[in-house]
Ligand binder design. Sequence first.
Ligand code: C5P
Length: 222
Amino acid sequence: STDKPWSDKKILITAGPTYEDIDPVRFIGNHSTGKMGYALAENFAKNGAEVTLVSGPTHLEVKHPRINCISVRSATQMLEESKKHFSDCHVAIFCAAVSDYKTAQTATDKIKREKQGEMTLALVQNPDIARTLSEGKKDQICVGFALETSAEVENAKGKLKRKNLDAIVLNKQDVNAGTGFGSNTNKIFMFSSDNRVFESELKSKDLIANDIQTTLKDWFFT
Ligand code: C5P
């Protein structure tokens, strides 16, 4: 049907953390719950889009039938799966909290504790999924997220440019105000590459997802 704003549009969303395995029982991860990415997926699907959600490990479940959820673990896997769906999407939203580093190798056996002394893990950089895909885009609208602890606006706008994005969502991380990892509420700013700005109130991640969806529609699809 064409009565919904995102009918006939394909959206790619990355969500959640990535886990970089050290050995069979240990990994490097982060506190991302995936809530924002899943809320975006539900909101876009509800509004008619066909959504591919490439998700790192979370405890969340997908509800809408128009969401195709692909579960991955590492950043490398997330990039590989995202690549498969990037070329024919209209909008790509990079919401995942991707680990900047992975172990140089994953041990096949559990690493034994040293009797004494320190141990060092060799780490190598992960690919930047947002940058890799956005640098090779044709006419996809690419949207990133930024969570900064200082010089928030400058850093977010720097990321927008460096990663060749069309828009960036700045999460106003204020631990005292109930925003950020694991929380149900958020406040955001959005900046576009052609200098448009959107500012939200503090509200639930579901309502933030709706703000992001309507702002992207307004900026890029009217
Ligand atoms: O550089 P930084 O990690 O702060 O950038 C955050 C944005 O870049 C988010 O949109 C995140 O999903 C994306 N990103 C990515 N791959 C990485 C690192 C970040 O897609 N390896």
